[in-house]
Write a protein that binds this ligand. Sequence first.
Ligand code: E4P
Length: 220
Amino acid sequence: MEFFLDTADVDEIREIAAWGILDGVTTNPSLIKKSGRDFKQVVAEIASICDGPISAEVTAMDTAGMIEQGRALKADLPPNVIIKIPCTPEGLAATKVLTADGTDTNVTLIFSAAQALMAAKAGATYVSPFIGRIDDTGHDGMNLIAEIMDTWANYPSITTKVLAASIRHPTHVLQCITLGAHTATMPAKTFRQLMKHPLTDRGLEGFMRDWEEVEKAGNA
Ligand code: E4P
C-alpha cells in the first residue's frame, strides 16, 4: 500500500520523508492556506523533498479553467506534481483532457462509489474517497471504501488507484489495508501513531539498560 502525507507543512514532510517510507503528498486549498505560503513555491519545495506524486489542486470551477490551471501547474512545477480535480461534471471533463495530455490526476471530494467509477471512466490516476468527513455525518466512511473496492473487483480493467483520504486515526488505515485500498493519505499525527507502541519503548529501554551493564563489564 502507498502511504501519502496529507499536509502542506514542509517540516512535517521532511520529518516523515526521513523515515524512508513516504510515497507521496496530497495538498488542498485549505492545507495551502494553513501553510501561509505561496501555492506554487510550497508545492515546488514539497516536490523536492518527496519524489512521489504530489497533488496540487485546481481552483477553477469550469472545465476550461481547470484545464488551463492544470496545464500551467504542470508547466511550472516539477514533473512529480499531479493535478487534483474536484469530482464535478466539469472536473470529469477536465480529467479526460488532462489525462489525454499525459498528466496524472487525482479526482477528489468523492463520497459515493458511483462518483469513483465516473472519475475512473474519465481516466483518473487516483480517486480520493473521504472517510472522516462521512464519519462526521454519523455514517461509516469505511463502507464507501468497501463499496468502491467491490466495484473495482467487478471490473478488473480499471487501473485507477483508490486513494483513501480524510483519514483521522490508525484504525482507518488498518481497515483500508484489509479492504485492499491502493493508497492512504493521512496527517503526520496518524503516521506517528502508526509507529508508536508502548511495548517497543519499554523493550528498548530494557535492552539499553542491560547494554550499559555489558559495557560496564567491558564485554561490548
Ligand atoms: C485529501 O486529499 C484531502 O486533502 C484530505 O484527506 C481531506 O481531509 P480532511 O477531511 O481531514 O480535511
